[in-house]
Design a protein around this ligand. Structure first.
Ligand code: FAD
Length: 386
């Protein structure tokens, strides 16, 4: 996709979105200066690994008939599956609602399967979820889940039809996250900082989507930029604490009469053997084996999970790594290993992320100390890191 087409896409996305949910949350962290993260080996809790279900041409939502059964596909969300889940679920549900089926099966219990099941229930259908892995064992649980529709988008690989789907899915999902009760579903609206080594001529590509969605986006003036980079953007977006969120959705499914059954499928025939006549395929990467999709492949990502620290309530992206907080821990990431299937941590990547983030936050702490007045509160805040 060229730059103009992309801007059009994201402009359209913004136009389709109701900005209401953010309005009440604006200024959440206003005036608070981001604190540096302490990156120490002793603070590492674990390394998490997940395989993003990536399709260069984008996610799939379509219906397919197999001898008297209807399979509605909803998979292949790459690095934005939590973000877009409600939006693609809405589209998948429309296919189901064209049938008379009162009960439908949903294969998969990640963010996509659970959102799909909930929307079907809300629209009067009974739902039976079948999945090999349930939360907390899904890829969706691994995601730090910044609300960002552009994750891993192949900028050049999109068709106008996909752009339209992305626009609609983003708009629907954004509104839905804004309407969920924040505490119950683990949703927070956080300050995000996108950093760059060089001054940018406009919003960088990866931020343009949210730039249009969030009217408060701004360039951080040099005197307020605690990161020491030539360029920093600040904006707010949702952060979804997937452990809390997916459990809450699974509870909602059960409370509405749905069932969740652990079951691994080996083949298409196996899936078609389900008693339900309408089946929604939300198997993520599993769609490759079950439905023979040759385009989908894993993009492995890993996260260094640190103990929680006070005052780390912002998100940092850019410079080859990211930092995203959960309510009880801090995630350091930024690895994208294409077509790597293993869930074993890559030690080199772990070391790279550790060194980069440690160096970055130590420099940040040093700057904070040297620029603070001797008796100022900022000095007390950062002195511990020197
Ligand atoms: C490191 C990392 C960072 C990420 N960051 C973000 C982010 O910031 N924001 C964001 O929106 N997204 C992010 N993602 C991407 C996101 O995690 C995925 O897009 C999302 O989890 C896909 O959801 P899903 O429900 O399709 O897949 P999954 O969560 O993988 O769920 C698939 C379900 O299908 C089941 N299944 C698969 N095969 C079979 C089978 N043969 N039989 C039975 N059941 C089967 C599984 O058991 C599981 O229940 C990140 C991912 C990683 C790894």
């Amino acid at each position: 996709m060229d730059r103009r087409a992309y801007l059009k896409l994201m402009g359209g996305l913004a136009g389709a979105v109701v900005l209401g949910p953010l309005a009440g949350c604006s200024g959440l962290n206003a005036g608070r200066r981001p604190a540096p993260v302490r990156v120490e080996r002793g603070l590492i809790k674990r390394i998490d690994v997940g395989l993003r279900p990536f399709r260069p041409s984008g996610f799939v939502v379509r219906a397919e008939r197999f001898d008297g059964k209807l399979v509605v596909h909803n998979y292949g969300h790459g690095g934005s599956g939590v973000t877009l889940s409600w939006g693609t679920a809405h589209r998948a549900a429309q296919h189901v609602l064209e049938t008379e089926a009162e009960v439908c099966a949903v294969v998969g219990c990640g963010a996509v399967g659970l959102a799909t099941a909930r929307l079907l229930q809300e629209r009067g259908r009974s739902v039976a979820i079948y999945a090999r892995d349930l939360p907390p064992q899904t890829t969706s649980n691994v995601a730090p889940a910044q609300w960002a529709p552009h994750g891993l988008l192949d900028r050049d690989g999109q068709t106008p039809a996909f752009e339209q789907q992305l626009r609609e899915a983003g708009a629907f999902a954004f509104e839905r996250y804004g309407s969920l009760r924040a505490a119950r579903y683990g949703i927070r609206l956080l300050d995000n900082y996108a950093l760059h080594d060089e001054r940018q001529p406009g919003f960088p590509w990866s931020v343009q989507a949210v730039a249009h969605l969030f009217p408060e986006i701004e360039e951080v003036p040099p005197e307020e930029n605690p990161f020491g980079t030539p360029y920093a953007l600040r904006y707010k977006t949702y952060q979804i604490d997937t452990g809390v969120y997916l459990n809450a959705l699974a509870e909602d499914v059960r409370a509405a009469g749905g069932t969740i059954t652990v079951r691994g499928f080996q083949s298409l025939e196996d899936v078609l053997g389900l008693p339900e006549r309408v089946i929604v395929n939300c198997a993520g990467l599993g769609s490759r084996e079950l439905f023979g999709d040759e385009e989908i492949f894993p993009v492995k990502g890993q996260l260094t999970v640190l103990e929680q620290q006070d005052a780390i309530d912002y998100v940092l992206t850019g410079l080859g790594f990211y930092m995203m907080p959960r309510h009880n821990e801090i995630l350091l990431g930024g690895t994208f290993e294409h077509r790597v299937e293993t869930l074993r941590p890559n030690d080199k990547a772990t070391e790279r992320i550790f060194r980069r983030t440690q160096g970055f936050f130590e420099r940040m702490a040093g700057r904070a100390v040297s620029s603070a007045e001797p008796s100022g509160s900022r000095l007390r805040e950062f002195a511990v890191f020197t």
